[in-house]
Design a protein around this ligand. Structure first.
Ligand SMILES: [Zn+2]
Length: 278
């Protein structure tokens, strides 16, 4: 997919990995409804296509990466990421990334912050980047307990090393500007400090929603929260607010787990929300 222009900002979706989702386990309570609605997309095992997409954003002369995918390490239950090759395919080297914006601190969003170095220790993959996290998200995950928890190896491997290198900027957990074009939008529920990235330039807008929505089924059913949301009631509220904001602001919608590239417009037609892919 080609670059999308939002005023003076360019957004290029970059695929780290295609993944498959079992609706029966992913969306508890509504899995069979999802399976029925999306049966036309299911493979022979009933699995639905999803993606792990990052978004390259060019704003004010800087090159930003929104989320950094699964990474080069093979994680249980996930394929290995290929963001290195995908960035090369769009002509961007890791040294060109000025800022990595992490919507939250899950394993499939911070993966390429580091790669295993030749000495076995994590090496920062984007040698010139600063890494921006939300304060609330940081405070929730970066505790001694979670850092030592074998279920969250990415915190020690992909997050702590960039902090140790002095590359981390913590952003307040409110609707605050990153630069003249980019705003962090608090959208808690999936994780406590989850943020969406709002882009506004020259009268045009986009919303990169992170894991506020994992699948297009949420357009009509924002309350069908995935089991991985830490607070499924709050996540549903954040999700619906972002969908309605996208309609009201006529924003381009970018959802990194929707089938690649996950970009389009949310419209209201005859009283119903619908998604029109770009
Ligand atoms: Zn995710």
């Amino acid at each position: 997919m080609q670059t999308v222009t939002i005023g003076n900002v360019q957004i290029t979706p970059v695929l780290d990995a295609a993944v498959l989702m079992n609706p029966l386990t992913f969306i508890p309570g509504h899995g069979e409804d999802v399976a029925r609605e999306f049966a036309h997309q299911a493979d022979e095992r009933g699995l639905l296509p999803m993606a792990i997409t990052t978004y390259l954003v060019r704003s004010e002369g800087k090159t930003l990466l929104v989320d950094s995918g699964l990474g080069a390490r093979k994680r249980p239950g996930f394929p290995q990421g290929h963001l290195d090759d995908a960035l090369a395919a769009v002509g961007v080297g890791p040294e060109e990334i000025d800022v990595v914006l992490n919507t939250h601190l899950h394993i499939d969003h911070v993966g390429w912050n580091t790669v295993p170095g030749e000495d076995g220790r994590p090496r920062i993959f984007f040698p010139n980047a600063t890494f921006v996290f939300q304060q609330r998200e940081w405070d929730f995950w970066m505790t001694p307990e979670y850092l030592a928890d074998p279920r969250h190896p990415h915190l020690a491997e992909c997050v702590q090393p960039v902090a140790d290198a002095g590359r981390v900027t913590l952003h307040p957990d409110t609707e605050t500007a990153f630069d003249t074009n980019i705003t962090f939008i608090a959208s808690p529920g999936h994780t406590p400090g989850h943020v969406a990235i709002g882009i506004a330039s020259a009268g045009e807008r986009a919303l990169i929603v992170g894991d506020a929505s994992h699948h297009p089924v949420h357009v009509q059913h924002p309350d069908w929260s995935p089991g991985i949301d830490l607070d499924p009631v709050l996540s549903a509220r954040s999700r619906e607010a972002l969908l309605d904001r996208a309609i009201a602001e006529e924003s381009i919608w970018a959802a990194g787990h929707w089938p690649f590239p996950g970009m389009g417009r949310i419209l209201r037609l005859e009283g119903k929300r619908v998604f029109r892919a770009l």
